[in-house]
Design a protein around this ligand. Structure first.
Ligand SMILES: [Fe+2]
Length: 265
């Protein structure tokens, strides 16, 4: 791999010295106060093909000002984020079977079971992310997911099995999905910024799955609303038919009812 900086070609085999040559060839003076580490950072950024990071590092070399954000700190933040997600997904793997069982709607329990399989794959995918950055896969207790799952559990215990409980389960599950979409979006953006392209790609796959799971839950909720509306209409029609039936049977014995019945006609 090679790049061009200030008109000078930089080869991957020695980006550090080539970056220095490029700057001097382009008569870009290195600031006397520039941290020596900035040259390494610029070279490492080029090595990863991260243009944004390179610009920041080269700017630090020429102005003598420290980069706004140390990439190492951002890397630590990234690891912390994926550890949080790893724990969150593991909590979800344990919780989803109970939610699937508690649902009355077959469509909802199928959707939850399907997402449970996806969640197991997402745990494995996060392990690949850890591997791609050569860090041991380890979770950091995710309090957010714990709280969301506690709320989901309340929906199950507070409502009897039925449409209302199903809708409460969906409400809790969609909160979980949105929480995960936010977490994966942040981790993916960090990975992109750090030039961790493999990790970014893996995280984006899961982010898309979470979005699809959220859409699926909206579809299930919509069909639950529709079927409960239909049921209500059928109930109203049945009630009306029963009332009309009761009216006509009363009509056979009561003259006033007969008159009322005639008036209706
Ligand atoms: Fe997930």
């Amino acid at each position: 791999m090679k790049w061009t900086l200030a008109g000078v070609t930089i080869h991957a085999n020695n980006p550090s010295s080539n970056t220095a040559s490029a700057l001097s060839a382009a008569s870009i003076p290195t600031h006397p106060g520039a941290a020596a580490a900035s040259l390494d950072t610029a070279a490492a950024s080029l090595d990863r093909g991260n243009v944004a990071e390179t610009v920041i590092a080269v700017s630090a070399l020429t102005t003598g000002e420290e980069p706004i954000m140390d990439q190492e700190i951002l890397h630590d933040l990234f690891i912390e984020q994926i550890r949080d997600l790893y724990d969150a997904e593991k909590q979800l793997v344990k919780a989803l079977p109970k939610l699937a069982k508690a649902a009355e709607s077959e469509e909802l329990s199928d959707a939850i079971r399907q997402h449970m399989e996806e969640t197991q794959n997402q745990v494995a995918r996060l392990e690949q992310v850890f591997e791609s950055v050569e860090v041991t896969a380890k979770g950091k207790p995710c309090k957010g997911m714990k709280g969301l799952l506690e709320e989901g559990n309340e929906a199950v215990t507070e409502e009897d099995k039925g449409t209302l409980r199903d809708l409460a389960i969906i409400a809790a599950a969609q909160r979980v999905e949105h929480y995960e979409i936010a977490g994966y979006g942040t981790a993916r953006t960090l990975a992109e910024h750090l030039g961790l392209n493999d990790a970014a790609e893996l995280l984006e796959q899961t982010e898309e799955e979470e979005k699809q799971a959220d859409t699926k839950l909206t579809e299930v909720a919509t069909s639950l609303y529709e079927s409960s509306d239909e049921e209500e209409e059928t109930d109203v029609e049945t009630d009306e038919a029963e009332m009309a039936g009761a009216g006509s049977s009363r009509g056979r014995t009561s003259p006033s009812s007969k008159n009322a019945s005639r008036r209706k006609r």
